[in-house]
Design a protein around this ligand. Structure first.
Ligand SMILES: C[S@@+](CC[C@H](N)C(=O)[O-])C[C@H]1O[C@@H](n2cnc3c(N)ncnc32)[C@H](O)[C@@H]1O
Length: 195
């Protein structure tokens, strides 16, 4: 890919708070699979801050050229990105950690189910699955800006939308995983940690 690399201001804003959570829940060395790496900014920066992890970014094929550009940052320690559509074939590997940011409201509900089911099948028993993004709680948006964001998402694609935290917890519980921690992050986002 030539030209300017993709850029997300949100990634710059949220990477510090996300790092604080990962430092707490990913203390033991191992391999972390990032799903929906997007621009690749998180992979490049977070992998540098967490050198005890083998950071494996992944995304659908269209995003991989941009991710590769970010991984050229000298500080990046991330592995070359894998092509992974959560509805397709997953790598034949068990991971210590799974991490995803801002993907559940972009995927359709069917894709979210497939993601959590297949993700848990590829997570070691003692591993944890870290999910960042906006959620509804008890059927309500946690802010007016999230309600407007949900409308905007659905205008683009009616299958998109901010998910209910309780539904996500239910999908994990079907895989014998439970919520072990949750954090309120800036800009009305949350991190949910399942173990
Ligand atoms: C809003 S972007 C978030 C990107 C990045 N994680 C971030 O925080 O900026 C949503 C990401 O979900 C990915 N995604 C959507 N559907 C997917 C699927 N079926 N399988 C894997 N990734 C998917 C998109 O390709 C995109 O990278």
């Amino acid at each position: 890919m030539t030209g300017e690399r993709p850029f997300s201001q949100a990634c710059e804003n949220n990477k510090g708070p996300i790092l604080a959570v990962l430092q707490q829940h990913c203390q033991v060395g191992g391999t972390l699979l990032e799903i929906g790496a997007g621009t690749g900014q998180h992979a490049a920066w977070l992998s540098a801050q967490l050198p005890h992890l083998n950071w494996q970014p992944s995304d659908v094929a269209d995003n991989l050229p941009g991710v590769r550009q970010w991984l050229q940052e000298p500080e990046s320690r991330a592995l070359p990105p894998l092509e992974l559509d959560v509805s397709g074939r997953w790598p034949d590997q068990q991971f210590d950690y799974l991490y995803t940011a801002n993907t559940l409201h972009i995927m359709s509900r069917e894709e979210v189910v497939r993601f959590i089911t297949a993700g848990c099948e590829h997570l070691k028993d003692k591993g944890c699955f870290v999910v960042y993004g906006p959620f509804k709680v008890a059927g309500h948006f946690t802010s007016g800006s999230n309600a407007r964001f949900d409308e905007w998402l659905k205008d683009i694609d009616p299958q998109r939308g901010i998910r209910d935290q309780e539904w996500i917890e239910e999908l994990f519980s079907r895989q014998q995983r439970k919520l072990v921690a949750e954090y309120d992050l800036p800009a009305n986002n949350k991190v949910l940690v399942f173990g």
